[in-house]
Design a protein around this ligand. Structure first.
Ligand code: ASP
Length: 311
């Protein structure tokens, strides 16, 4: 089994069948991480390069662990110690890395479109690990895997995504992903953080957070992306948490057995209270566990066998 594509760049371009294939492959690979010897030989001899131009804890570690659990060799490039600081362009860096014959480059960059530019210029596979405020496909896949694991299905469920929608690549990828899988997505947040025309992605904009959360099967809280904000979009953290934060009272508006997600890193006491983040409905750490399985699945489906379109 293999995806009929070289790269994973956006959720927007993935079909429902492709998302199904990735999720079911991840479900079958999840068990590898529960073994005492956490490794399968499937990708022995393959090389993955992690090229991160932006800060990351979860995503970078997760891609590295995923590659290693599949027996691929993983190399991490931290931009602060690379030739980028000497003025090399992204394309030149990538071309030089390609000359060392990796099978896949995983890239994160603050500018939207960088993974697409690299994919068009490189023969190896490219995975987008987050490009600016555009997309973060592996995050949406691990979120869908987490919800499917708990609720059994995605079709017909109500998913509320709350917070800084404008700056969130996580929101964008999840709106595409959940709607493609038949879920109803509602978004809410400060009007200053709600991009005009977001409905075109297939979601509904709720007038306030309580309306969005009412009857929801899933509540996904977003981090305020301070690094992407040039202006003051809200008066103070305390104000933000009162109007847009998730506390226990708001959780009670959702459906019984609601799934609470947050992509991390969380700002405790701002977009989510500690009681909720550490509470019984929170699957925040399951998301992290599932992230490894999803990334193992992506490597397997891109690099694991001869591509059908290449045969
Ligand atoms: N870790 C996620 C990202 O890189 C979410 C966040 O940073 O808030 O997009």
């Amino acid at each position: 089994m293999r995806l009929k594509r070289k790269d994973i760049l956006t959720i927007e371009e993935l079909s429902r069948e492709e998302i199904e294939m990735i999720l079911s492959t991840a479900e079958s690979l999840r068990e590898v991480s529960e073994r005492e010897i956490k490794k399968v030989p499937t990708l022995r001899g393959r090389t993955v390069i992690n090229l991160f131009y932006e800060a990351s804890t979860r995503t970078r570690t997760s891609f590295e662990i995923a590659a290693k659990r599949m027996s691929a060799d993983a190399v991490n490039i931290s931009v602060s110690t690379s030739s980028v600081v000497k003025g090399e362009t992204i394309k030149d860096t990538a071309k030089n890395l390609e000359a060392m014959r990796p099978d896949c480059i995983v890239v994160r960059h603050a500018a939207a479109g960088v993974p697409m530019m690299l994919a068009a210029n490189l023969a190896c596979s490219v995975i987008n690990a987050g490009d600016g405020a555009h997309e973060h496909p592996s995050q949406a896949l691990l979120d869908m895997l987490t919800v499917r694991g708990r609720l059994g299905a995605l079709e017909g469920i109500k998913v509320a995504i709350i917070g800084d929608i404008a700056h969130s690549r996580v929101a964008r990828s999840n709106i595409y992903g959940f709607t493609r899988m038949g879920a109803n997505v509602v978004v809410a947040g400060p009007p200053t953080m709600m991009p005009p025309g977001i409905e075109a992605l297939g979601c509904v904009v709720a007038p306030d957070v309580d309306t969005a959360i009412k009857g929801a099967d899933v509540v996904m809280m977003l981090r305020i992306q301070l690094e992407r904000q040039k202006d003051a979009f809200f008066p103070a953290a305390r104000e933000y948490s009162r109007f847009y934060g998730l506390d226990e009272a708001r959780v009670r508006l959702a459906k019984k057995g609601v799934v609470i997600l947050h992509p991390g890193p969380i700002n405790r006491g701002v977009e989510i209270s500690s009681e909720v983040a550490d509470g019984p409905y929170s699957l925040i750490l399951d998301q992290v566990t599932n992230g490894v399985a999803v990334r193992m699945a992506l490597f397997y489906l891109l690099l694991g066998a001869v591509r059908e379109d290449a045969a």
